[in-house]
Design a binder for this molecule. Structure first.
Ligand SMILES: [Zn+2]
Length: 354
């Protein structure tokens, strides 16, 4: 940037006026059209011939200085970080009236998000890919594609939130009550891999919603991790081994697992999967209600109808799926007694994990 020392008192005067005005100008380039600057040029013919050269040089120098100040300002504006136009305030509000953002060093990763990363990392190492769920889905993916035909009584087991709007079939849209809504999409998306000898191995770690009465174990919004695995010759032993391997890695200790028959329309056979309490080594404690075991999740072999609806031949391929609560796993890891802490925004709770 050119910073000039002027000798002619007229130039010194005008330079002072224009630089002060520049500070306040909205459009900095307007300073180059200032009448004072034009007036200086107009003064040249009124001067003695021997003064004209020096005076003219100083006007040009002043003009260059102003140009360089304008350019420097424009560079500075261009270097400012872009404004997030989706941020919840009007960007046309003057800067000093906008809400101040908290300094980022006062924030921390939410414990559920941090634990979700740890879980994902374990599954990545086991060859799984992660797929995002949706926060609004349709009746087909919530029920029909999972072998709950219209009028199936098991549909009533889910207390779902629905919109007043309807989809093309006249059904209301649903805030997914489980991550299984993604099963059909995942299998459609990756079924070409099967023909190339590659299994479908996908994890859906995402948010689900239930219209439940809230208590220490029930929250209207929580996280599930859905596992989907399809290949030739897959059996329930693979399912148990996969879950056991994951849980032992996540809790960092040897665990026992067991399963008992259960019923879900989208798996056959279906199981309720339990693990030995990672807290008390099966001695009994308040986490496991003194039983030494924790019923953790539902799982099973993917129902042939569910495979068929995704265009996969159940005569050739079999697969397993499970759906479990992430919040629940994290609660057991840290002995958290109330699921509602996670969504409570209580800083004294959150700071224990930062
Ligand atoms: Zn226990």
């Amino acid at each position: 940037m050119v910073i000039m020392e002027y000798t002619n008192p007229r130039i010194v005067e005008v330079a002072g006026v224009l630089k002060a005005r520049l500070q306040a100008l909205e459009n900095k380039a307007d300073i180059l059209k200032a009448v004072e600057l034009k007036a200086l040029y107009a003064e040249i013919p009124t001067l003695q011939p021997e003064e004209r050269g020096g005076f003219g040089k100083e006007i040009n120098a002043l003009r260059q200085e102003l140009e360089s100040l304008v350019a420097a300002h424009q560079e500075q504006v261009a270097a400012l970080p872009p404004i997030d136009v989706t941020a919840p305030f009007d960007i046309n509000v003057p800067a000093d009236k906008r809400p101040q953002l908290l300094p980022s060093q006062q924030g921390s990763v939410h414990p559920l998000m941090r634990e979700r990363e740890i879980m994902l990392d374990i599954f990545y190492r086991m060859g799984f890919t992660a797929v995002e769920s949706r926060e609004l889905d349709d009746d087909y993916h919530m029920f029909t594609a999972l072998n709950f035909p219209d009028g199936h009584p098991a549909r009533d087991d889910y207390d779902t939130f629905m919109t007043e709007e309807t989809d093309a079939n006249g059904n209301r849209l649903i805030a997914p009550a489980h991550t299984s809504t993604m099963q059909n999409r995942v299998m459609q998306k990756y079924k070409a891999d099967l023909e190339n000898g590659k299994p479908i191995a996908v994890l859906v770690p995402d948010r689900v919603f239930r219209n439940e009465d809230l208590d220490a174990r029930h929250e209207h919004t929580f996280y599930q991790f859905e596992g989907i695995y399809v290949d030739k010759g897959v059996n329930a032993g693979h399912l148990m081994a996969t879950l056991k391997t994951f849980l032992e890695e996540y809790y960092g200790k040897s665990l026992e697992v067991k399963s008992q028959p259960f019923y879900f329309p989208f798996t056959e056979p279906s199981f309720e999967f339990a693990l030995s309490c990672p807290f008390c080594e099966k001695k009994g404690c308040h986490i496991c209600s003194q039983s030494g075991w924790i019923e953790l999740l539902g799982c099973g072999m993917i129902h042939p109808n569910v495979l068929k609806m995704a265009g996969i031949d159940p005569q050739i391929y079999t697969g397993f799926a499970w759906g479990g609560g992430i919040d629940r796993l994290v609660m057991m890891k840290y002995g958290i007694e109330d699921v509602r802490h996670f969504q409570s925004a209580k800083l004294d709770f959150l700071r224990q994990f930062s």
